[in-house]
Design a protein around this ligand. Structure first.
Ligand SMILES: [Fe+2]
Ligand SMILES: [Fe+2]
Length: 427
């Protein structure tokens, strides 16, 4: 059997999605050598060799109020019969049930069933034990701790997209997770995967993330790579929207494109910065989001306001580099509505700035371009707004620690060496 025949079940488009965008563009310009084709197809063969029928990828997605509610998701390849969800506080309390919502999700020639249970009426700071039953079997268990509303530690990961496989992401996230067993929240800053329409990439990301994530609340930020089709054209981020039931944002047309949530003393606003990719595909999204962002920031009573944006202030793809035109429109909204810190990604490099209206300012908003947690490295120049600019080619993760008086971000190498930190204080 030749390699092309092996791809039949999922069509040749899966082959393109398994390439990086750069490799795809490069291949468009020259004939493909047989050896390159064989090496590219190896991971695809592995991904399509048999399907896993056991429930997997149990995870907890952030809700607006993580003290009182939780969203639990999991997946199977074949449908569970009459799945039932049970939960209880660990201290010998009676079990309660939650409704299970099931969605059939097809992508790239593969399909999965995505299950969701929404838990409400929880109490702050409680250990919650969950289990799933179905007609066929005891279908799995999961546990987590609700937000107690007090001091919190979070793990923050820059772009995790990987070419070929997700070993790099597994290493960075695994080491960070092991060093921070008490981190209650996990943030991915967008470009979770290299190709957002590829089952192969999502399965690689999910299997690498699964063990390290555990019962932490997960907040995914949408990135531009979630908006690429299998043949690297622009598309709506359907897989991202299907895989992560993020909190209701009040929109009638654009649920899950942007959202906000509270954890501990911090309010997080997750902004979709993919205007370049989605402006034509999602008409009205960005005007709607801008109005929402101002309202959302004004409404919060949390001690700290943190905005999570995939794209950075600077567009490093332009030569000479320039301000990102869409993020530039967000800066006044953020700065005039009391944001304390803005985290960005996309450039796969680490930068730290304190700015007010684009000028360095000691009491300005803290802007951190968060770095790289995958295996794609780019050349990124230093910019005049940067206070800290490291050489580009290192892997890293961040921690955020917040209480009522301090908000601290630390940048670590995967081996735990501290590279940088910044603290904001309030009385
Ligand atoms: Fe990106
Ligand atoms: Fe990226």
């Amino acid at each position: 059997m030749n390699n092309a025949a092996f791809l039949e079940p999922s069509s040749m488009t899966a082959f393109f999605a398994a390439l990086s965008r750069r490799a795809f563009l490069s291949m468009s310009l020259r004939a493909t050598a047989g050896g390159l084709l064989a090496s590219i197809l190896a991971p695809i063969r592995e991904a399509f060799a048999g399907s896993n029928t056991a429930p997997r990828y149990f995870r907890r997605i952030v809700t607006r109020d993580n003290r009182a509610s939780a969203m639990i998701e999991w997946q199977t390849d074949t449908a569970l019969s009459e799945p039932r969800f049970f939960w209880r506080e660990a201290e010998g309390k009676a079990e309660k049930t939650a409704d299970v919502d099931v969605k059939y999700f097809a992508l790239d020639g593969r399909s999965v069933f995505v299950y969701r249970a929404t838990l409400s009426g929880l109490r702050p700071g409680k250990q919650i034990e969950c289990r799933v039953e179905a007609a066929e079997r005891n279908a799995g268990s999961f546990s987590f701790r609700t937000d107690d509303g007090g001091a919190v530690q979070a793990l923050i990961f820059p772009d995790s997209q990987c070419e070929n496989n997700y070993d790099t992401w597994a290493r960075v996230s695994g080491e960070a997770s092991a060093r921070c067993p008490d981190a209650a929240l996990w943030v991915n800053m967008g470009d979770l995967v290299d190709n957002g329409a590829s089952f192969y990439h999502w399965d690689g990301w999910q299997s690498a993330t699964d063990a390290a994530l555990g019962g932490r609340a997960f907040a995914p930020v949408p990135g531009n790579h979630e908006c690429y089709s299998e043949d690297w054209k622009l598309c709506r981020p359907d897989a991202f929207l299907s895989l992560f039931a993020t909190p209701d944002n009040g929109s009638t047309k654009y649920q899950r494109y942007y959202y906000s949530f509270d954890y501990g003393p911090v309010h997080f606003s997750v902004v979709n910065t993919q205007k370049e990719e989605l402006d034509a595909l999602a008409p009205g999204l960005f005007a709607e989001q801008a109005a929402w962002l101002a309202r959302d920031l004004k409404a919060t009573k949390s001690q700290w306001r943190v905005a999570l944006l995939h794209r950075d202030l600077i567009d490093y793809d332009q030569k000479p580099i320039t301000r990102d035109p869409f993020v530039e429109t967000l800066v006044p909204i953020l700065e005039q509505n009391g944001v304390d810190a803005v985290l960005t990604a996309h450039a796969h490099a680490y930068r730290r700035r304190r700015l007010s209206a684009w000028k360095q300012a000691k009491s300005g908003v803290l802007y951190i371009l968060t770095g790289n947690a995958g295996n794609c490295f780019y050349d990124v120049e230093k910019h005049e707004i940067d206070e800290i600019a490291f050489p580009d080619n290192f892997l890293n993760y961040l921690t955020m620690e917040a209480d009522e008086t301090k908000l601290t971000f630390r940048c670590f190498l995967p081996n735990g060496i501290l590279k940088d930190f910044a603290t904001l204080r309030k009385h």
